[in-house]
Design a protein. Structure first.
Length: 126
């Protein structure tokens, strides 16, 4: 599980770095609470890393764990967006756009992680 936590931690740091790089020339493109958003996504990643660990233990159920992780992240992000809109956080549209882009980046990262884990598994079945 440590391996997956390190993957997610390094990916979170990369996204934070990209956010800081984008914030320099375009200060209004990144919401002021971007760092808190990244903490939220990393907290999600702790649970998802545990699901990846379970999938690593039982390779036959890997797609089920992956779908569960994807559904968990999607539902929590949608719930979070609802809370943001109801709480009327200033500039909530920018916040939702930023978190949507971060969500898509995490989804892409998880798909790549899944493909990397499937390749060794498919080589064993030949």
């Amino acid at each position: 599980m440590k391996k997956y936590l390190l993957y997610y931690l390094s990916f979170t740091i990369v996204i934070l770095g990209l956010g800081l790089i984008i914030k320099v020339p375009f200060p209004t493109a990144i919401h002021p609470s971007f760092n808190w958003m990244m903490i939220f996504f990393y907290c999600q990643s702790i649970f998802i890393a545990y699901l990846h660990y379970l999938a690593h233990m039982d390779r036959e159920k890997l797609p089920i764990y992956f779908l569960g992780a994807t559904a968990f992240r999607m539902l929590t992000v949608i719930l979070f967006w609802g809370i943001i809109v109801i709480a009327k956080i200033p500039d909530h549209v920018l916040y939702i756009i930023n978190s949507g882009l971060v969500y898509l980046l995490y989804l892409t990262f998880e798909i790549i992680l899944l493909l990397v884990n499937l390749r060794p598994n498919s080589a064993e079945n030949r």
